[in-house]
Design a binder for this molecule. Sequence first.
Ligand SMILES: [Zn+2]
Length: 317
Amino acid sequence: MKVIRFPNKKITFESFLCGMPARDYINQETAYEEQIKQAAKMIKDADYVLLGAGAGMSTAAGAQYGGKFFEDNFGEFQQKYGKNEYMRDMYFAGFYPFPNEESYWGYWSKQALLGGIDLDATPLHKLLLAAFTDKKVFLLSTNADKQFEKAGLSTNQIFCTQGDYFHIQCGKGCHDKTYDAVELFRKMDVARKDCMIPSEMVPKCLVCGGPMDMNLRKDQYFVQDDDWYAAEERFGEYLSEAIHKKLVLIELGVGFNTPTIIRFPFEKLVREHENISLIRLNLNQAIVPASFGDRAVGINADMAESIKDIVKEVSGS
Ligand SMILES: [Zn+2]
């Protein structure tokens, strides 16, 4: 019989992305303990581990955005701007229509520090990474807090697609460069008065002279700089290799806000490749396609607990 071999086409991030949800989602009825064993076996059997992290991972690891945390840290902002639909957590407050750049940076310098720059590496991120010492690991993440990097994962193994809290860019994206703003944010944090920074600290674009903005994908002006494209390239190289090997995808707290970057593409990979399996961890959205059978395990539970249990099972203790 003649075997037709398709050339090993290189996978790009663009061809990886997928906008199609599955049509056969189910909540698996397998008992939790059994699911943990299945997940641990998938990891033990794999040589390649592709992690996909969403907001749920940071939350599970202890990152806080709203509630008492927001009241304690942004009370001054709530007093000034009112306790409205914006001023209730660090996600919505970022969309408040600040009246000027002094106020805009007065707020964002604080969010960048509290939401990412000043967060310590968490035990949960470290614990998870320690379980993969003998695997080829790569992380695809929509988080802006760089927590996996702080936990010890090499920059070369990370592709953060949506930007981060550490960089700023031209507000209109007039040139493809981002600027390290950590020191600037620290200065703003000290100088902030009445929720505003002094006018002389307002950053301006070195090219067009216009306002600067956070390097976060929140509108069409998001800048993808050289580092972004280099990470995209490495992701493509990793996946082009891993897709033919024993690969397990571990999805960490990815909901349905931006499912086209991690959730749906992961499903597509499993659908199209029998050698790939999926572990989906989520507090309550761990539904998986029924057609994946035992190549997918979806664990609806407190992720911090399920990660600890899986790692325990993998290490055999
Ligand atoms: Zn500009």
